[in-house]
Design a protein around this ligand. Structure first.
Ligand code: FAD
Length: 393
């Protein structure tokens, strides 16, 4: 006979563990299954090992979805302040790094230990190294065939995450379950991912690999004013990872390579006081030297600042402040932090995350078509959606 549980959660990641804690606290018998050998592997590697676990400034416009209003209910009922209170109660030291982003002082392992401890306190069980082979609906719930035998449950929660970092156990399993039960899927694509250039463009930029600037990167109505890094394949850095969620093949990026400066004014002022400096060296005071050399060569300026008329300086400033570039693609799921798209929110109840047409079946976390900005937003969605399902499943 199959062992019976009130709730089975597939996926011991951020969302699955939060859901297990909440359902367990309600007195439900809860089993969390994961095929990995440890729980919360993505938490462990997140935020450079320090886990950017939420953001002071959670705003609805920082989440992408076909239905941008869907995430509101869960985000309002379980907020960043609720998660911060949980972290504080566990005695985990943290700090704000930049732009409201909160990180552990010590290690992301503190967050994993907190969640595992709370699961234990709530009586939720965890079974690792267990893969799920099939799921079927049955009288009063679901039957799950696993590598360790059959299990029955009244409520089934899918918390298997997205497709990013396949090396760490991402499978796209959740999407298959959604399809099996007739839920619509919004097309998935890698997001928060470095963008790549075609050969021709790379020939111009590859010498710049390693150079970084504070840039404003804009595309399709979104813009981000953060770091930009030239790589051997194209562009990375926070502003580029952010814009990758908005960029589509064929789109141009508009890049201000010196977002905190005014190149035209700076060079005209310098021309009056230090006109015998080469244009390249003058520009190198504002942007990295290699980049300055390349931009000056592209615009075709030679000689000293004093040799340049206003029009020439304006052309140079324009090239720095309004660089237009068309990436060809992204580095893909291998390095993407998240997956855009996923289970269509139209098919889910925004309050509970339950499938509207399949009572007892829930989808939480990244597998759902809700994707946050870089900066702790994706974990907050995992906590909030996991919490919401945990109140009712
Ligand atoms: P996951 O955390 O991905 O958990 C899914 C779980 O399901 C995994 O344990 C997996 O092993 C298991 N699973 C999958 N398929 C199966 C199957 N078939 N059977 C059994 N188990 C299965 N977000 C932030 O907010 N802040 C950050 O600092 C941050 N840093 C990141 C750094 C990196 C390198 C990456 C890749 C992502 C980062 N993210 C960050 C994004 C964040 O990690 C995810 O959005 C979040 O982990 C999603 O939580 P989840 O519970 O939905 O899925």
């Amino acid at each position: 006979r199959a062992m019976t549980w009130d709730v089975i959660i597939i996926g011991a990641g951020a969302a699955g563990m939060m859901c297990a804690i909440e359902a367990g606290r309600r007195g439900r018998s809860v089993l969390v299954l994961d095929h990995a050998k440890a729980a919360g592997e993505k938490i462990r590697i997140s935020g450079g090992g320090r886990c950017n676990f939420t953001n002071f400034d959670i705003q609805p416009d920082r989440f992408l979805s076909q239905n941008p209003r869907f995430a509101l209910s869960a985000l309002k009922r379980y907020t960043q302040w609720d998660f911060i209170a949980m972290v504080d109660a566990a005695g985990i030291p943290w700090h704000e790094k930049t732009l409201g982003q909160l990180f552990c002082d010590r290690s992301a392992k503190d967050v994993i230990a907190m969640l595992l401890g709370a699961m234990d306190d709530a009586g939720a069980q965890l079974r690792l190294n267990t893969s799920v082979e099939a799921v079927a609906q049955r009288e009063g719930g679901f039957r799950i065939e696993t590598s360790a035998g059959a299990l029955d449950c009244a409520a089934l929660v899918i918390a298997t995450g997205g497709k990013s970092i396949p090396k760490m156990g991402a499978t796209g399993f959740g999407y298959k379950i959604a399809e099996q039960f007739g839920l619509n899927l919004i097309e998935t694509r890698p997001a928060l991912v470095p963008l790549t250039f075609a050969e021709q463009e790379l020939a111009r930029t590859k010498d710049l690999a390693g150079a970084s600037v504070t840039a404003k990167v804009a595309c399709n109505g979104a813009s981000f004013d953060e770091g930009l890094l030239f790589t051997h394949r194209g562009l990375s850095g926070p502003s580029v990872l952010q814009i990758s969620s908005y960029w589509r093949e064929g789109d141009l990026l508009e890049v201000d390579l010196a977002a905190v400066a005014n190149v035209g004014e700076t060079l005209k002022t310098a021309r009056a006081s230090a006109g015998r400096v080469s244009v390249k060296n003058a520009l190198a005071r504002v942007i990295p030297e290699k980049l300055a050399a390349q931009v000056v060569a592209e615009v075709g300026l030679e000689g000293n600042l004093a040799d340049q008329n206003n029009a020439a300086i304006d052309r140079l400033a324009d090239r720095v402040h309004r660089w237009q570039i068309k990436p060809v693609g992204s580095e893909g799921y291998r390095t993407a932090e998240v997956t855009l798209g996923g289970v269509d929110t139209d098919h889910l109840d925004a309050r509970t995350m339950e499938a509207k047409a399949v009572p007892g079946l829930y989808f939480i976390g990244e597998v759902v078509d809700v994707t946050g900005w870089l900066g702790g937003y994706n974990f907050q969605w995992a906590w909030s959606s996991g919490w919401a399902a945990g109140q009712v499943c």
